[in-house]
Design a protein around this ligand. Sequence first.
Ligand SMILES: [Zn+2]
Ligand SMILES: [Zn+2]
Length: 322
Amino acid sequence: MIFLKLTNLKNLFKPKYPLLYMAEKIHLTFLGTSSAIPTATRNHTSIFLRYKSENILIDCGEGTQRQLRKAKINPLKINKILITHLHGDHVFGLPGLFETLGLNNYNKTLLIYGPRGIKKFIKNIIRNFIFTEKIKIQVKEVNGKFIDTEDFEITAMKLKHNSICNGYFFKEKNKLRIDKKKLKKLKLPGSSEIAKLKKGKNIKINKKTIKYKDLTYPEKGRKISFILDTQKCQNIKKLIKDSDLAVIESTFLDSLDKNKVKERMHLTARQAAELAKSSKVKKLILTHLSQRYEYKEKLVLKEAKKYFKKTEIAKDLMSITI
Ligand SMILES: [Zn+2]
Ligand SMILES: [Zn+2]
């Protein structure tokens, strides 16, 4: 209710030059944060990312639909799904989600990206389940940069797990921002001129050329990386390098279950933290926690923080804005 009131108030303070004030926030909601077996407090893996008009679901474990409802996210808004791999705890929610979208007249084409095997997997879902209403789905097997727009890119790289698995990073493009102080000194141009400056184009005011370099400054795009289900490998570093936020799986604790890591092909809290530190990550969120730590989360956090202070443990329905 409070949120609704605030958004109404926002309209009263609409900026005169909206292009100057557009802060394109990136919102993340952790819908599920358990590993293979869900617990009373942790659902199977799924993360929702919202940026501008993009509504991206990363993995869709069993029960994701109800988590979306609890997080007050309309599933009809989802336009892309990134699947890391085909283990059940990451994909069992897909048939149910397809059914809901169909029953609610989803009129977009749902774009699904994943590792090798995802095409056959989705084809089999569509073939084997009896859907009341079908939706349009396009599936792509991806490796490397597969989305490249004016605003952002998404890249996939292979990880090392006992199923073909992709890690992903979302990277906003570097931008030119307007220096408001300098702009004020000039006779303010209109929105179209500001848009040109932001694209790196010079403009003319009263026949005088204004160089974009004199009125703008560069701003680095934000980077968020997603490392789910993997053991230690080189590509993790490439994916998470310089991330503003790295979401990394932390199935085990180094201090208690180090011996399970290689056999099950996962990471420990210590490994995730060390990787974040050596890759100059700004903030680390650990997820995909084993059920064995249901009441030992503090131990997971303590272990990780020993190696990388800016660590947090994901909780179901936790939201973060960058
Ligand atoms: Zn998993
Ligand atoms: Zn897995």
